[in-house]
Write a protein that binds this ligand. Structure first.
Ligand code: FAD
Length: 428
């Protein structure tokens, strides 16, 4: 046995730290990290440390994601602030933020583990706990040291919430089609435009906003001339209108954001001017495995609900679980979930090995896991019959929450386009 060496990449793999998560784990388990000899062997097992994080995340979710809170936040479309603070105290939301900025110092696998476990217990509350760091990778990879020091520790502590805004009323899948403009005036940038469906838009302290900083005449060149800015939400001219009536993930905040002559200092430009579109594509390549883990968690949770329900519910004098058709379907879904899970973690493992994401694998993982989640929830609700149609039954929420994984961070068709373009080596 020997201590595992952690490969070095730009930000993923930091030394293990005395993070709150680790403290939490250590409180419950003895933390020791080791792998068996034979480095060239393919391993499909979590390390002991990862297993401890998984158990800790599960324990937290089972204790804190009560059915009452889940129902309240779902029905009232309410962000569970107190729950988020508890989660943040333990550091689950910041598990992959480097320890020098106050995070757990772990990597994408650990982040996925937390996401998967949280989502399997309650997808809405799980996402609400973890989405407050949305956009963090862009800041970590391209922010200046001053920006990182000013913003990241506050997010890691759970004191500040962030977001990332690109989508506009007329530009979603076509993410280079944005109309928001940023014009330089002295040592400030002035932003004007409207952003749509922005997660945390009305609860965030700051948002990473894309805006066009250079006009391009050629339609095919539109991805050039887009830049990222840090916009503090208390800036004059920033207005967020919460979007109500979402089908699922109703415990999260989603808003339409209007920017009217919002002035930000020039030092709020993130990275290089004109590189925003490329940063965004890189970001999605990284975070799509995170959505895949969310989808896998949702599917797992739904399947567990269906297994329990079909063991108890009788029809024609027999438990549903004894019908062969039910058995076959449960077996098929479980197999698909396992395949999606393996693909998702492999995509993340390749990120670690290469030190950068593999966009083909990330897109495959997100598309496939999303599809499996939607299919699984559909069948699991079906097995609940009429009861599944009522929101008092948790399967109902899983069914509604699953759908978002096929829409945000790239609709499933966009994932397929990325995969095909990479395979054909066409210019994206
Ligand atoms: C709850 C929620 C939270 C969100 N959070 C954020 C956020 O924090 N930040 C942010 O920037 N955005 C966010 N979004 C926006 C999300 O990323 C977009 O909704 C998504 O990218 C799809 O864009 P659209 O809605 O404009 O659909 P459109 O681009 O209009 O596409 C509609 C449909 O057309 C099909 N389609 C589109 N293009 C193609 C194509 N080329 N080939 C084949 N089919 C195609 C797909 O089926 C797609 O679903 C969020 C959305 C929701 C619903």
């Amino acid at each position: 046995m020997k201590i595992q060496e952690w490969p070095i990449s730009k930000f993923y793999l930091q030394k293990l730290s005395k993070s709150p998560v680790k403290h939490f784990c250590a409180k419950h388990f003895i933390v020791r990290q080791s792998i068996s000899d034979g480095d060239d062997m393919v391993s499909f097992q979590f390390s002991k440390e990862q297993e401890y994080i998984r158990k800790a995340a599960r324990e937290f979710a089972e204790k804190e994601f009560t059915p009452e809170l889940a129902m309240k936040c779902d029905r009232e479309e309410k962000f569970p602030e107190e729950l988020f603070r508890k989660c943040a105290e333990l550091g689950f939301h910041a598990v992959a933020i480097p320890e020098e900025y106050g995070g757990g110092g772990y990597g994408p696998i650990e982040q996925m583990i937390v996401m998967e476990e949280f989502s399997s217990v309650n997808p809405g509350l799980g996402l609400a706990c973890l989405i407050p760091t949305f956009g963090m990778e862009i800041l970590l990879l391209h922010g200046s040291e001053e920006q990182k020091e000013k913003y990241i520790p506050k997010v890691a502590e759970g004191k500040w919430i962030m977001g990332m805004a690109n989508t506009e009323p007329d530009a979603g899948s076509d993410s280079a089609g944005i109309k928001t403009r940023a014009v330089k005036e002295g040592d400030e940038w002035v932003l004007n435009g409207t952003k749509m469906f922005i997660s945390n838009g009305s609860i965030a302290d700051f948002i990473l906003v894309t805006a066009r900083t250079a006009e391009v005449k050629d339609f095919k060149e539109r991805h050039k001339g887009i830049s990222y800015f840090i916009v503090e939400t208390n800036s004059e001219g920033y207005r967020a209108t919460p979007i109500k009536g979402k089908m699922g993930i109703r415990a999260t905040d989603t808003a339409e954001v209007s920017l009217r002559n919002v002035r930000v200092p020039s030092e709020n430009l993130v990275g290089q001017e004109g590189m925003g579109f490329y940063y965004m594509m890189e970001f999605f390549d990284i975070t799509r495995v995170w959505v895949a883990a969310q989808a896998v968690g949702i599917a797992r949770g739904a399947l567990n609900l269906a297994i329990e329900y079909t063991k108890q519910r009788k029809a024609f004098g027999m438990p549903l679980a004894t019908f062969q058709y039910v058995n076959f379907k449960i077996a098929e879904l479980a197999t698909k979930i396992e395949a999606a899970r393996t693909l998702a973690y492999r995509a993340a493992a390749v990120q670690i090995e290469k030190g950068k994401p593999d966009s083909t694998l990330s897109s495959m993982a997100k598309w496939y896991a999303g599809e499996v989640a939607v299919e699984t929830c559909n069948w699991c609700l079906q097995f609940h019959g009429g009861y599944g149609y009522i929101d008092e039954y948790p399967i109902n929420q899983f069914y509604r929450d699953a759908k978002i994984t096929e829409i945000y961070e790239g609709a499933k068709e966009i994932e397929k386009l990325v995969i095909a373009r990479n395979l054909f080596r066409m210019k994206v």
